[in-house]
Each structure stands twice: as C-alpha cells, then as structure tokens.
Design a protein around this ligand. Structure first.
Ligand code: ADP
Length: 250
C-alpha cells in the first residue's frame, strides 16, 4: 500500500530521517519501533503530510503522494489519528465523531437556505453512523459524555472511531499505549484487530509496549538514527544483534 523510498527529512544540519526505505503491505498491521529519537514520529509526519520531505519519495498504491497535505491524503483514505483538540472537549463524544466527514452540505450558505431538509437527513445519517462506530468500539455508553471528561485510553478509542467515519484505507497510529491502562489497551488492540480483519484496514503503529506490538503487528520495522535497521516478526527483530545494540546504545 505504501512504499517509502530513500526518504530524508533534515532539520538544519540534523538528519532526523536519513534515507529510510520501507514498505507497508496492504492488509498488514505494521509496527514501527526503535529507540527514542530514531525518527519514527518524523517519518509519520512526512508520510501523513504534516512535514514535507527533504528528499525521497512516498507512494500509495503506486501513486506519488510525497509532500501532499493531510486533507488531500485524507480523501485518498490515508489517515493519521489526531488528538481531540482542546476546543472540542466541550462537545460530546458523538458530536466529535459527527464532525469528521468533510464536505457536508451545511457548509455553504446556499444549502443553509435551501437545503434544510437535506441537512437534517444527513445529520440523522451521520448520527446513526456515529452510534454504529461507538457500538463497534464498545463505548456506546460514552456517546453523550463530554470529550474532555473521558480517560486517555477512551480518547484513543474515539480517535480510532473518527477514522471509521470516513473510508479509511490506511491508518497511522502514534503511541496508542502511552498512559493507557492494560484493560483499555486490550480493548484498543481488539478494535485494531477487528478493523483490520473485518473492515480491511491497513495499520502502521508506533508503540513502545512490546506486548502490544507482539500481539498485533507483523511485520515489525525497526528504526535507528533515521534509518531502517531491521524488519521481521517480533521474535526475529528481538533477537537481531543490531537491534539489541541500537536499544542498548540509548
Ligand atoms: P522518535 O519518534 O523515534 O522518538 P522523532 O522523529 O520524534 O523520533 O525525532 C527524531 C529526532 O529529530 C530527534 O532527535 C528530535 O529531536 C529531532 N526533531 C524532531 N522534530 C524536530 C524539529 N521540528 N526540529 C528539530 N529537530 C527535530
């Protein structure tokens, strides 16, 4: 689905991503691991259009997507989960989901005047879809809670839910496990597996929790110093001497 070729992203003289090449296969849950400062987040930012590459190429299903902005990638089905912004905290979980799909007819003045009926119909459909997503994620009970009042792990589920409001093909997940309790982490893991198996999502996941990675990901790509160091199953990379050295060196 995604091919990254000789990608560089420099900050001044510092090479955060320094000639990384990798492939994310359609239908996979690919893990991206590596010591702090390896360049994982920068790589995500470049693929997902938050940062332009210094050089190199990213293709999606054969099409060059290097440097395209996030909203264009969004329409192609490439999504990166993003934290619920502070200003949306006062909205309910359901409302946060309903906001996702772009290009609703309510956006233009014309439609505001002449399309009230259609808008009401769309709103009902969106609400039904949001409720279906919440049910899939087993968090229907949170629908009417304010987004600012749910826990960090529950927010991660809502972030995942937002990708389900559109037709995502590949989702980039950044550190789902950080500060999330084990039970909720398992629920998030279940949701990722079901989205992968039942809805055909491809995932690329940055995560430090190796149990989580081992449960979900195949293959695992290891980055160090801006480059891809190794790729394989969790067991393969765990026993790779270069990988052990890279982790010990930090
Ligand atoms: P990882 O996600 O693997 O921990 P990052 O991609 O966050 O690694 O960071 C890689 C390196 O790039 C780090 O040393 C970091 O300080 C540096 N870096 C990241 N973003 C910037 C930036 N905007 N300006 C300067 N240096 C940056």
């Amino acid at each position: 689905m995604i091919v990254v070729e000789n990608l560089h992203r420099h900050f001044g003289g510092f090479h955060a991503v320094d000639g990384a090449s990798l492939t994310i296969e359609t239908g996979s849950i690919t893990g991206l691991i590596g010591p702090n400062g390896a360049g994982k987040t920068t790589l995500f930012n470049v693929i997902a259009g938050r940062l332009p590459p210094t050089s190199g190429r990213v293709t999606m299903a054969g099409e060059d997507i290097s440097g395209l902005p996030p909203h264009v990638l969004f329409h192609k089905g490439l999504l990166r989960t993003f934290q619920i912004a502070h200003e949306f905290g006062s909205m309910t979980v359901r409302e946060n989901l309903m906001m996702v799909p772009p290009g609703q007819s309510g956006e233009t003045l014309w439609n505001t005047w002449f399309g009230r009926k259609r808008i009401a119909g769309e709103e009902r459909a969106l609400r039904a879809k949001a409720d279906e997503v919440l049910e899939f994620l087993t968090i229907s009970h949170l629908a009417d809670q304010k987004a600012s009042q749910i826990s960090g792990g529950q927010k991660k589920l809502v972030e995942l839910g937002r990708t389900m409001m559109v037709d995502a093909k590949i989702v980039f997940l950044d550190e789902v496990g950080a500060g999330v309790n084990r039970t909720l982490l398992n629920t998030i893991g279940d949701a990722i597996l079901r989205l992968n198996r039942e809805r055909g999502y491809t995932f690329c996941v940055i995560e430090h929790d190796m149990d989580f990675i081992a449960r979900l990901c195949n293959p695992v790509i290891v980055m160090a110093e801006g480059k891809v160091l190794a790729q394989g199953t969790v067991d393969e990379v765990k026993n790779d001497e270069r990988v052990i050295e890279a982790y010990l060196g930090t």
